[in-house]
Unconditional design. Structure first.
Length: 243
């Protein structure tokens, strides 16, 4: 990932408190911090009012996050909340994403990541949204044909771990290959990696066609995933149905 294109501003996290007010403190050296108590006399002070009810889960996230995670900024964008943070390792980052999803009860999407180096922490940015996590729902709802109505299908063993809507440039950056034809709308991409961070790190995002191994010119009408248990053995598969 091109670090020049993925600069993450390192501003300390503004946490929500019971009164809905926090103090922004700026030291003589320019360092900024936030607290529910008044700033020291030698630092400049600014009072910020927040809606505590809307940010209760953010407060819980700050208190329950792994100690290796440093939240650097929280920005509300309409119904979405953008959280920027630093992390020591990819597993730490993945645990933080799962915690954010659990506490918010919403869909969490990793939109930027810079892996840590020996001398520096990693940087990442997530979007917490009320939108459904089934990002491929538009594809399945647009065509209400059932599996048996399609003339062809192809399946692979195992099911996808993650799904995301990615722009053309994001597919070029994080996909197995850059699409030949540029498009404006976001495309549904799938990833088999266990951790979401690895999907970006390993450029493991694939289209449904790439995932099951059919030519890109074939239009998938329905993408289905299933898990079954027989004689104590669990099997799973992902299938693409098309005409």
């Amino acid at each position: 990932m091109n670090q020049l294109k993925c600069v993450v501003l390192t501003i300390f996290f503004i946490s929500s408190v019971a009164s809905g007010e926090v103090y922004k403190c700026t030291g003589s050296n320019g360092n900024v911090s936030f607290s529910d108590k008044a700033c020291p006399k030698e630092e400049s002070e600014e009072t910020i009012t927040l809606n505590s009810k809307k940010n209760d889960w953010v407060t819980n996230l700050q208190s329950k996050k792994p100690s290796s995670i440093q939240i650097t900024d929280v920005v509300r964008d309409n119904d979405n909340i953008i959280i920027k943070f630093k992390f020591k390792s990819i597993p730490d980052s993945s645990r933080f994403l799962r915690l954010a999803s659990t506490l918010s009860g919403m869909n969490v999407v990793l939109i930027k990541i810079i892996k840590p180096k020996k001398s520096s922490l990693g940087h990442a940015e997530i979007k917490v949204s009320k939108k459904s996590s089934l990002l491929f729902s538009k594809l399945t709802n647009r065509n209400k044909k059932s599996k048996k109505d399609y003339s062809s299908s192809k399946c692979i063993k195992g099911t996808t771990k993650h799904r995301q809507n990615l722009t053309y440039q994001e597919v070029c950056n994080y996909g197995a290959k850059c699409p030949e034809e540029k498009y404006d709308k976001k495309a549904v991409m799938y990833c088999l990696e266990k951790n979401l961070s690895q999907c970006f790190e390993n450029k493991a995002w694939k289209t449904g066609n790439e995932l099951v191994g059919i030519p890109s010119k074939i239009k998938i009408g329905l993408f289905s995933e299933s898990v079954s248990v027989k004689n104590g053995l669990k099997t799973s598969e992902a299938c693409a149905f098309y005409d």
